[in-house]
Design a protein around this ligand. Structure first.
Ligand code: FMN
Length: 259
């Protein structure tokens, strides 16, 4: 069974590849929170989590889901795959600690470098088309190797800690989660046509348009930036620093889902 979250589609594509080739059920975390969140693993079935790396760690709402879910049938092989734009800091250690709190042992974890989706701070922007294509092409081979590793139930961690991993995951991450994961700074420019694309795109149904006004953001925002990247008018801003930045969505048409 594979649980996943994805904002701009990178982790969704990875999770779909895993599910198709391993024959494992796929579950989208936002769809699960209104259910009893109790799951039963078949004999020998592994438990996997696929998510984007946020602030050099596991996204807090993914950690909360893991904390609240109930799994019966025995978790024998637990793994994660995190997608990232650059590096993952201590995401592996953070995920392993989350698992230990559940009484589980995480056996393996991988990072897959994919196109950048974070654009809210100075110095962060989407990749240019050439880099985007390069990242997607190498991700294809990487995901196939990960699928082989999972099939063989290999143990070990192959993430991309990057420089200053401790400081990023233990000093910057708490600050990031406390002050930068917030819907407060979302607004639209005059280019907004109230078309509703952002409302339909939000995985947590956190955006509404009341009586043909501009979109408003509620409190349940995980900062996946799907609304910003989806807007056909490029009319969504978050604070001052998204101005002039690019948009990116995983080009699903390149790899259509097998039936
Ligand atoms: C809020 C936020 C935080 C991010 N933090 C990191 C990070 O710490 N390290 C990194 O390499 N990429 C980071 N990224 C980039 C994403 O991890 C990367 O683009 C990922 O593949 C997006 O996956 P998705 O399409 O499943 O949303 C961040 C993106 C967002 C939106």
């Amino acid at each position: 069974m594979i649980f996943y979250f994805s904002g701009v589609g990178n982790s969704r594509w990875v999770a779909q590849q895993l599910s198709q080739q391993l024959g494992d059920q796929l579950r989208f975390i936002p769809d699960e929170i209104s259910t009893p969140m109790s799951y039963e693993l078949r004999d020998g079935e592994c438990l996997g989590f696929v998510f984007p790396c946020y602030g050099w760690g596991v996204p807090v709402f993914v950690e909360r889901f893991i904390e609240q879910m109930q799994v019966s049938g025995g978790v024998k092989y637990l793994y994660f795959v995190t997608t990232c734009g650059d590096d993952t800091g201590m995401t592996a250690e953070i995920f392993c600690a989350d698992a230990v709190r559940k009484g589980w042992e995480c056996k393996a974890g991988w990072a897959v470098v994919m196109p950048e989706s974070y654009i809210c701070l100075p110095g962060f922007d989407v990749d240019n088309k050439e880099k985007e294509n390069e990242k997607i092409m190498s991700a294809r081979d990487r995901v196939n190797r990960i699928i082989d590793d999972i099939t063989d139930r290999r143990c070990g961690f192959d993430t991309i800690p990057g420089p200053m991993k401790w400081a990023k995951s233990h000093i910057v991450r708490p600050f990031f989660n406390r002050f930068l994961i917030t819907p407060k700074h979302f607004k639209t420019t005059v280019a907004c046509t109230s078309c509703g694309a952002c409302v339909r795109a939000c995985p947590y149904s956190n955006i509404s348009i009341l009586s043909a006004q501009r979109p408003v953001w509620g409190d349940v925002c995980v900062q996946c930036m799907r609304c910003y990247h989806t807007c056909p008018q490029h009319a969504i801003e978050w604070g001052r620093f998204t101005r002039g930045k690019g948009q990116y969505l995983f080009p699903q048409h390149l790899f259509p889902k097998k039936q």
